[in-house]
Write a protein that binds this ligand. Structure first.
Ligand SMILES: Nc1nc2c(ncn2[C@@H]2O[C@H](COP(=O)(O)OP(=O)(O)O)[C@@H](O)[C@H]2O)c(=O)[nH]1
Ligand SMILES: [Mg+2]
Length: 258
């Protein structure tokens, strides 16, 4: 690599890091894109960023497709915004085979926040790379924290490697399930439920929601019933998230953040 290239790279990294720290949304997007591409300026820019030490909230939201993760995240964004917090959403697109048109759906559903300059929404494609989710998403999380977002919500589909990866990235993991699981609870115990700090039984307006909550309470200490579309159960979920973070902070003796 020539001296001039290194100099350009360093200049770019410094410029972006400075802009990210001032909360510049375009710089945030550019830096995350460089990180996704594995561009050296991305890593260099990231190194120049540091958290200001304020506690930040990173929440992983996972569960099978259709359980209502995106709708719930939309409601959480609104709730955190109502508290005056800046919120970012990273929607992970594992592969088109698994998610179908889900990401487009997410985008459309989250449009109500599109004009809010304190909300940042981005889809990230892992393009089938195992472990890619963990690395780039964790890096994107650090960029967002440095840019001053108080809450980062990460939506992943609860299949395979994602379950493991989301735990690495997010100190608080919310697993969203829909009512009427029956025998599926047994299968979920081995994977999804194991990574859950909080289990949400969404679609509380559907028949069978109560019995699903009862079943799950046998396996998980914190089970909350919600109707994401109306916001029912949202205050309880917010409280559970805050309590879990508090609990973690107390145990670790340090703030959650990156
Ligand atoms: N009846 C009902 N439908 C819901 C609820 N939450 C989400 N949905 C619907 O369930 C479908 C899947 O929701 P979505 O948020 O895209 O699920 P995701 O795949 O887990 O992100 C959509 O048609 C939503 O409108 C709820 O609480 N009650
Ligand atoms: Mg979704």
């Amino acid at each position: 690599m020539t001296g001039a290239t290194v100099e350009n790279r360093t200049t770019l990294a410094h410029t972006l890091a400075l802009a990210v720290r001032s909360g510049d949304v375009r710089a945030v997007s550019r830096l995350i894109t460089l990180l996704e591409k594995g561009h050296p300026a991305g890593a260099e820019g990231l190194r120049l960023l540091s958290s200001d030490g304020r506690p930040r909230t990173i929440i992983g939201v996972t569960g099978y497709p259709g359980a209502g993760k995106s709708t719930l995240i939309n409601a959480l964004v609104a709730a955190y915004r109502a508290r005056g917090m800046k919120v970012a959403v990273l929607a992970i697109d594992v592969s088109s085979a698994v998610t179908g048109g889900a990401i487009l759906g997410d985008r459309i559903r989250m449009q109500e926040h599109a004009l809010d300059s304190c909300v940042y929404i981005r889809s990230m494609a892992t393009r089938g790379h195992q472990g890619g989710l963990a690395r780039t998403t964790e890096q994107a999380g650090r960029v967002l924290v440095a840019a001053g977002y108080d809450v980062v919500l990460i939506e992943t589909v609860g299949v395979g490697q994602n379950e493991v990866d989301v735990v690495k990235i997010a100190p608080t993991v919310v697993v969203v399930v829909a009512p009427g699981l029956g025998d599926e609870v047994q299968a979920m115990k081995a994977g999804l439920l194991e990574v859950a700090d909080i289990v949400v039984v969404n679609k509380g307006d559907h028949p069978g929601a109560e019995s699903t909550v009862r079943d799950l309470r046998e396996w998980c200490p914190i089970v909350i019933s919600t109707v994401a579309m109306t916001g029912k159960g949202l205050p309880e979920l917010l409280e559970a998230i805050t309590a879990h973070q508090q609990d973690r902070n107390d145990r670790k003796g340090c703030s959650i953040g990156l």
